[in-house]
Write a protein that binds this ligand. Structure first.
Ligand code: PEP
Ligand code: MG
Length: 318
């Protein structure tokens, strides 16, 4: 649809029949958060590692606390999902790098850093807990925390234990490894919510390096196998009554946003600039229409057919 028509639709993310699908921002710094706050309902992914890309040594708890408090304050009264460090593979951090890995994407990255750097996640959680406690109620956000690259329920449990010990109430994990999607109900039994990282979920499902442009056709989040894992995770959320969000870039594709809503995904987080198109698409379709589009996508034999089936099924055009 034309840009001005899309921009004219404002307010929260909902389907045409009023089913809420909050539209949240992916941010990497406090400046990103301030920039996105007028345009989004909350933060669905704060990539904390972005703050520390240039750090030679692990930032102190006080420095981390100040940065987290800035993001929380920017979204006072709204939801902020903070992700613990996702260092490694495509996000090398000087103070947390595993330099001798032959397969860094399959190595000690994300939550797995607890194996090589004891205490790093606890210090980050302590900093976050301190940031929450430092702010008065009127500058407080609804703070959720999640860990990246979780593969097993035992990892989810260990993270939840550490986060609750730091005083954080809402604890979740990312589902971006196929093992976690396949066992989503067992993972959800350990935590309060999950968030699908479709960038890595596509990479690991299709065994295609997310940094290799020539593999883009395989990395496509419309691949039936990726959609199957998203559906399985969403179903686990419905079965357990717990939130299942999506914070991979696929949430910012308006056609995919309709499919995700139809699958029962409870919030969508994306680059702030993608929100108007997703909002417009959702507002033009009922939840039942989204369910029909999701069924059409899931029935398709390949990514191209899935996308085309949804594109042909939407009215008006999004
Ligand atoms: C993802 O993998 O989809 C995700 C949101 O995390 P990142 O892109 O930071 O790995
Ligand atoms: Mg990821």
């Amino acid at each position: 649809a034309a840009e001005e028509v899309v921009a004219a639709v404002t307010g929260p993310g909902t389907t045409a029949d009023g089913h809420a699908v909050p539209l949240l921002a992916n941010v990497g710094t406090p400046a990103d958060a301030r920039d996105a706050q007028g345009r989004t309902e909350g933060v669905g992914l704060f990539r904390t590692e972005v703050l520390f890309l240039d750090a030679r040594t692990e930032p102190g708890v006080a420095e981390q606390t100040a940065a987290y408090a800035e993001v929380i304050e920017a979204y006072a009264g709204r939801k902020v999902v903070i992700r613990t460090l996702d260092a490694g593979a495509d996000k090398p951090l000087a103070f947390a790098n595993q330099s001798d890995e032959e397969n860094p994407a399959l190595g000690v990255r994300g939550y797995r850093l607890v194996r090589s750097l004891p205490g790093i996640v606890e210090r980050q959680l302590d900093a976050l807990g301190a940031a929450v406690r430092a702010l008065p109620t009127e500058r407080q956000a609804d703070v959720w925390v999640m860990a990246p690259m979780i593969a097993t329920p035992a990892e989810a449990r260990a993270f939840a234990t550490a986060a609750r010990a730091a005083g954080i109430v809402k604890v979740g994990v990312m589902v971006e490894v196929p093992a976690a999607a396949l066992r989503a109900e067992a993972i959800l039994a350990e935590v309060d919510f999950v968030s699908l990282g479709t960038n890595d979920l596509a990479q690991y499902t299709m065994a295609a390096d997310r940094l290799r442009g020539e593999l883009a056709d395989l990395l496509d989040p419309w691949q039936p196998a990726v959609l199957d894992l998203v559906r399985a995770t969403a179903e686990a959320g419905v079965a357990t009554g717990k939130p299942v969000g999506v914070c991979g870039e696929s949430a910012g594709d308006p056609l995919m946003a309709l499919v995700l809503a139809g699958l029962g995904i409870t919030s969508l987080s994306m680059a702030a600039g993608r929100v108007p198109a997703a909002r417009y698409a959702l507002r033009a379709h009922t939840l039942d229409a989204c369910r029909a589009l999701a069924a059409a996508a899931l029935a398709a034999p390949d990514a191209e057919t899935a996308r085309a089936a949804v594109r042909d099924g939407v009215t008006p055009e999004v």
